[in-house]
Design a protein around this ligand. Structure first.
Ligand code: NIG
Length: 381
């Protein structure tokens, strides 16, 4: 059954030909977009929904979250706000709680957060393992995630678990652990940072994952300067995430590569790190994505609206650039052509705002602006 969504005051498509269309309409047929363009030229459909002049854009593509977890780190957040620095060591607290939780509890917590994200316009979401850190716990995290989200990333190389030796743990990740998760995930990631994995260990993990046919991602340059970006580019990773501490040569390397710089402003604020240099990256010609990094430690939010507002208000992006990074940019970071864009054949994922223009996302920060969310052609919020 085809549905005509009409009365769209401003439609952001991210399509090179369509661009931004005023007084627009979309025809949705099953899970895909059948047609998009000016309302005056819209074809007939079986049903009609009038959004009465509101703005619409592709659903958010949140390409970086860590939502297979249990437990609570409110006290760590409070200590940080009182001046304690963020460190990778806090991850161990969530690891302990996650290992102790049953499958049903982990699945319910994940579904709860994915539903929270969907109510705010997120229609495509990636999540990672990384709070299990044993073969059995990583494998079950991957299995649970594969039933719930669009994209699953193996992050066995999140931190070295307490009591383990880094080299032997990296061996485990590269062998038995990757074998156990490979059928449930598309991606592998490594936290290449002081306090987590060094460059040689990180490269080993990436090569082992590549040999098993997985796509690559890297957590890099989050807490300080380091080799993460260079490694990601060298390995042909789809994205390098965080990028809060970049040198000019890191920016140049990204600009000359197919690796997307995924920026996580909510995390930068919550961990009191510098905001990633979004403007310099774009000006240099690098591709960027914006994502929430939703996790209980460094960034406990599922709000892509907040990330977009921050990118405009504090990182020097225009609203158009920020919206693009949070939709098409996320799709590029996940190497997907079917989301983050509105054009015939794309997945019918649409975020209708309680506003006439996308500008309100930054002009009215903190205001709940999601009016309707369509995912795979169905109204989900
Ligand atoms: O992306 N950088 C490493 N991993 C997460 C933090 C997870 C945590 O603190 O629990 C991140 O910030």
């Amino acid at each position: 059954m085809a549905i005509l969504i009409t009365g769209i005051g401003e439609l952001t498509t991210n399509d090179e030909v369509l661009g931004t269309v005023h007084d627009a309409a979309i025809v949705v047929d099953g899970p895909v977009v059948a047609w998009a363009g000016p309302a005056s030229r819209a074809p007939d459909a079986d049903e009609r929904v009038d959004v009465e002049g509101r703005a619409a854009l592709p659903g958010w593509v949140d390409s970086h979250t860590h939502l297979v977890f249990a437990g609570d780190r409110t006290a760590e957040f409070e200590a940080r706000m009182a001046g304690e620095p963020y460190s990778a060591g806090g991850i161990a607290v969530t690891v302990e709680a996650t290992r102790a939780a049953g499958d049903a509890e982990l699945a319910a917590n994940l579904r709860w957060h994915v539903a929270e994200a969907a109510r705010q316009g997120t229609t495509c979401l990636e999540t990672k393992t990384g709070y299990g850190l044993t073969v059995a716990d990583e494998a079950r995290s991957a299995r649970i995630a594969a039933k719930v989200v669009d994209e699953v990333t193996f992050l066995g190389a999140h931190v070295v678990p307490p009591g383990a030796d880094a080299e032997s743990y990296a061996d485990l990740v590269c062998g038995e652990m990757l074998d156990a998760v490979a059928s449930s995930v598309h991606w592998a990631d490594v936290f290449c940072e002081t306090g987590a994995f060094d460059e040689a260990q990180s490269e080993r993990v990436l090569l082992a994952a590549k040999q098993r046919g997985l796509g690559l991602r890297v957590h890099g340059n989050q807490l300080g300067a380091g080799p993460g970006v260079r490694l990601a580019v060298r390995a042909g990773a789809a994205s390098v995430d965080h990028c809060s501490h970049l040198s000019e040569s890191d920016i140049e390397a990204l600009a000359g590569s197919g690796t997307v710089a995924t920026l996580l402003p909510a995390c930068d604020l919550s961990t009191r790190q510098p905001l990633a240099p979004a403007r310099r990256l774009l000006d240099a010609g690098a591709k960027i994505a914006l994502a929430t990094n939703a996790n209980p430690g460094s960034s406990y939010t599922t709000s892509m609206n907040f990330c977009v507002a921050t990118a405009v208000l504090q990182m020097g992006l225009s609203v158009e650039e920020a919206v693009r990074a949070a939709t098409l940019g996320g799709a590029q970071a996940l190497r997907r052509g079917d989301v983050g864009v509105i054009r015939p054949g794309a997945r019918a994922d649409l975020h209708v705002l309680a506003a006439k223009s996308r500008t309100d996302l930054a002009y009215r920060p903190g205001v709940p602006l999601t009016w309707q969310v369509w995912r795979k052609g169905k109204l989900v919020a």
